[in-house]
Design a binder for this molecule. Sequence first.
Ligand code: OAD
Ligand code: ZN
Length: 245
Amino acid sequence: MSGVDALAAAARLIARAQRCTALTGAGVSAESGVPTFRDVQTGLWSKFDPAQLASPEGFRADPPLVWRWYAWRRELVARAVPNAAHLALAHASGRFERFALVTQNVDGLHARAGSRDVIELHGNILRTKCSAECGVRFDDPAALPAGEPPRCPSCGSWLRPDVVWFGEMLDPDVLVRAEEAASACDLMLVIGTSGLVYPAAGLPALARRRGARVVVVNPNGSGLDALADVVVRATAAVALPALLA
Ligand code: OAD
Ligand code: ZN
């Protein structure tokens, strides 16, 4: 299928859909200047070791290092603005009988674009919690106790970002909501994800098993192309406004 044919085929599936679930990954924020994880040239993990910066072991070994890395990413995200893809998804909910947005991103850009009830599988870097799970949480980075990295005002443990690290479980309630959204849709849009990290990467297959059509939007090949009905080889900020207009 040519690029134009794929776009038209995807638009037809979208026009027919009643219950749409979108699954997004780092690619949806790439055009906002937030690096993806696995790009060989510019991806976050090409410069840093994920095991050191995004795992419980890495955090135990050097909490200040991990804290500074997330503080840097928070600043990057604070300077970024939602792009045309985030905005198209925020406006899409009105088009369908039911619309759900599931993201692997921790940057909060979907919410800033106006999406509501975003199912954030991997947490959000704007939220901070006590690493000892004593219950202390901060939703606003500006309200964090001073110090680098800050200590929990209640129990004195290190504070950490409220994100899911390698080797950690997803919040079970969040995962259940995502699985419900995947099971209940008749169309799944898969945007800007390499499809390599589970359980997120299993959601399109779940949707497919329940009879949904699957559209992948990704300028490069991904692990989810094989189960897609249509693959749109374009960037998210170019394809989504056209598809969801
Ligand atoms: P990846 O970096 O693995 O994949 C990004 C995908 O976006 C790739 O398939 C790119 O081809 C695609 N892409 C790049 N630019 C794009 C654009 N402008 N428009 C659309 N697509 C574009 O990121 P994720 O799949 O999100 O987990 O990674 C999944 C998880 O792995 C992340 O949530 C993170 C990471 O380790 C945790 O931190 C737990
Ligand atoms: Zn605490």
